[in-house]
Write a protein that binds this ligand. Structure first.
Ligand SMILES: [Mg+2]
Length: 253
């Protein structure tokens, strides 16, 4: 059967965070795999996603958007899903960007395991929007074209312009021929925000950070449940709203 929905979910803080509700999500998904195609969109790189799948109840996905969109890989072989992503990059020079950011106190480069050719990651606690605007202006002035993504009051990711979870999700939905209203996205922090303004159906678990809690639109469902329980609640909400009329239903299991 053709999958009718594409579920693109963040991991840490979203599907991960409560083992018991993840177990329930996983049981539900085992019965709905034919209709719902599952993809993880995470700040983690592929190997770390594999490790999480092997050590938790996380179901096996079809693909992984890793490194906040830096990579788009097939699961389980880890091969690049498409040559077309992320496309042509311009205005991106890691070394040049590092030399500008090294002037800022309060930024600490994250360990090598979190770095990628297309993702430069720092720790920076409780950075203000003025501080982030300052960085943006400095990078622009130096001729760099970047996305500046700040999550969880801690993680600062600098990405090439046009590379984030949202644009990777759009690319994937297009490649697999899903309409925007057949795509459900779920996430809990700032690096998920880019998935929520693409016409997709959004799910925000109760534990989400303020930035996501503040997103109010008809296309965003705020669950009263945290973590995987919130994702499951939201996915069921959206699937019930898109059910074909009785009599035309293919199968419910
Ligand atoms: Mg998260």
């Amino acid at each position: 059967m053709e999958s009718r929905s594409l579920l693109i979910s963040d991991l840490d803080g979203t599907l991960l965070g409560d083992d018991e509700s993840l177990e329930k999500f996983s049981q539900w998904y085992a019965h709905h795999r034919p209709e719902v195609r599952l993809v993880y969109a995470t700040g983690r790189l592929f190997d770390s996603v594999v490790q999480a799948i092997e050590t938790t109840a996380l179901p096996e996905p079809y693909a992984v958007i890793g490194g906040v969109g830096a990579e788009l890989r097939r699961y389980p072989d880890g091969n690049s899903l498409t040559e077309a992503w992320p496309g042509r990059i311009s205005g991106w020079d890691r070394k040049g960007i590092i030399s500008i950011l090294s002037r800022y106190g309060g930024l600490l480069m994250q360990p090598a395991e979190f770095q990628h050719d297309l993702k430069l990651s720092y720790y920076g606690y409780c950075l203000t929007s003025d501080f982030l605007t300052g960085i943006r202006q400095q990078l622009e002035r130096a001729g760099f074209r970047t996305e500046i993504i700040y999550s969880s009051e801690r993680d600062l990711d600098i990405m090439p312009a046009g590379v984030d979870k949202g644009s990777a999700a759009v690319h994937l939905a297009g490649k697999w021929n899903f309409n925007a209203n057949e795509v459900i996205v779920a996430g809990d922090t700032g690096n998920d925000a880019s998935m929520f303004d693409r016409g997709f159906r959004g799910v925000v678990p109760a534990n989400a950070h303020e930035k996501l809690q503040m997103m109010h639109s008809q296309e965003v469902y705020h669950s009263m449940y945290p973590h995987a329980a919130g994702v499951l609640d939201g996915v069921q909400y959206w699937l019930n709203r898109t059910k074909v009329p009785a009599g035309n239903q293919m199968s419910d299991s």
